[in-house]
Design a protein around this ligand. Structure first.
Ligand code: PRE
Length: 104
């Protein structure tokens, strides 16, 4: 939710802004948990089928989509690219761990 344009700086309440940030953080964490659950399943599938932990072709499609979605949302795409690079790197490390555990 964006701050309405006619909302004056004096009317902005720090506590209210922080409450809204906390609510969003709750939603972000819930979505992240769901995403990592899905990638965990992908990791097990990849380990079983001897597939590479990283799929650069898939990532390149994803980053195009992330940039397009960011632009549509009025978000600086550099921010979302950095956040997603970190998330995907963590997923790759976890997939490598699952591969080692499977004895690859
Ligand atoms: O789609 C995959 O193959 C995944 O392993 C998931 C995922 C992702 O987190 O989106 C992670 C690593 C890959 O390099 C590409 C994408």
């Amino acid at each position: 939710m964006t701050i309405p344009k006619n909302e004056s700086m004096e009317a902005i309440n720090l506590e209210d802004l922080r409450r809204r940030i906390d609510q969003l953080d709750q939603e972000i964490i819930s979505l992240l948990a769901q995403r990592f659950q899905l990638t965990e399943t992908v990791g097990h599938y990849k380990a079983q089928h001897h597939l590479e932990a990283q799929d650069k072709a898939r990532e390149s499609q994803q980053f195009k989509k992330i940039i397009r979605l960011s632009e549509q949302a009025g978000l600086n795409a550099e921010y979302s690219v950095q956040v997603y690079r970190r998330i995907i790197d963590i997923v790759i490390m976890r997939h490598q761990e699952l591969q080692r555990a499977a004895g690859d």
